[in-house]
Design a protein around this ligand. Structure first.
Ligand code: UDP
Ligand code: MG
Length: 310
């Protein structure tokens, strides 16, 4: 019998887990011809999420859990899931029921057709603040323009991955993770199913504007070196301008003498160049920071407890 795992990263989800469980039971009972495993990764929740998970496990031994030693963030929690899953395929799903479990039926059908990576594409983005939506669209535009790998917009982490994909993803062990890009990077046979994103059922989103912004910077810096090239291009451009201006100043001084005025020009050129240099340094710094984090070679996450025994 083939085994399907469901991976659910959970951070402060005590309210949504029982609701999610009810939905999952319906899904699993509808597919008795598969063996099931629900792997919940407790990402250092501050509420009673772990207790809720343990209670569910007592009720239903298809539930397994990994308890991380602290909050590592969803991206790393997902890697923990990849490491501990035992299924022939893995469905990644949010705990807050924004990803309707009935879509998994279609995913399984596509998987049986031979696809390795069945991703769910949002028809609409669900209830979301307007500003957040605009920033998110802008981010995808920038990312797509700067990388050679196709990054799909309106596709989140909700997807079914074959064992091949999981084994590949397990090899990508960088600490600064942008998993959405990794799904595209690994390749394999992909196909999509569409779904209507739901609003969050309970609890609240743990992302705020700053954490989304840093995920966006992560996405760009961990996927392309394009910003470094921009720094080079801006440098070349200003050098050319400066050279032209220098020729102009010299010729003017030779032909008309030098009245030594020009403090405004001088100060604006100095400030302008200073600004550009700091910007370029900042961009370089983003990359050096990442090199620093990676060279430490620390484990991506730490596990307090794994309970997967039947
Ligand atoms: N999550 C996590 N660790 C975190 C933050 C979030 O494991 O540090 C989980 C969370 O429990 C949920 C999923 O990631 O299952 C998506 O989080 P959320 O719903 O807050 O994000 P949104 O849907 O608003 O993008
Ligand atoms: Mg959510």
């Amino acid at each position: 019998m083939k085994k399907i795992s469901i991976l659910i990263p959970c951070y402060n989800e005590e309210a949504s887990l029982p609701l999610l469980y009810n939905e999952l039971v319906k899904l699993m009972d509808a597919h008795c011809d598969y063996e099931w495993e629900v792997l919940m990764v407790n990402d250092g929740s501050k509420d009673k999420t772990l207790e809720v998970i343990k209670a569910l496990k007592n009720k239903d031994n298809r539930i397994c859990y990994v308890d991380l030693s602290r909050n590592f963030g969803k991206e790393k929690a997902m890697l923990a899931g990849f490491d501990y899953t035992t299924g022939d395929c893995l469905v990644i799903m949010d705990a807050d029921l924004q990803h309707p479990p009935h879509v998994v039926n279609e995913m399984i059908a596509k998987w049986e057709e031979g696809y390795d990576d069945v991703y769910a594409k949002r028809k609409s983005r669900g209830k979301e603040p307007w500003l957040r939506k605009q920033f998110s669209l802008l981010f995808y535009k920038i990312l797509q323009k700067t990388t050679k790998i196709e990054i799909l917009p309106n596709v989140g982490d909700f997807r079914l991955l074959d064992r091949k994909c999981i084994n590949s993803l397990k090899q990508l062990r960088e600490t600064e993770r942008y998993t959405k890009g990794m799904f595209c990077w690994i390749g394999y046979r992909k196909t999509s199913v569409e779904f209507e994103q739901q609003g969050r059922q309970a609890g609240q989103s743990s992302w705020n504007f700053l954490s989304l912004l840093s995920l966006a910077v992560e996405g760009i810096v961990s996927f392309t070196t394009f910003p470094l090239r921009i720094a080079t291009l801006v440098g070349i451009f200003t050098s050319i301008l400066a050279f032209v201006y220098m020729v102009y100043v010299v010729i003017k001084a030779i032909l008309f003498g030098d009245p030594v005025s020009g403090f405004p020009t001088l100060i604006s050129v100095i400030l302008f160049l200073g600004g550009i240099q700091l910007l370029a340094l900042g961009i370089i710094g983003e990359y050096i920071g990442r090199i620093f984090h990676e060279t430490k070679g620390r484990p991506v996450y730490l596990v307090r407890e794994y309970n997967g025994k039947y």
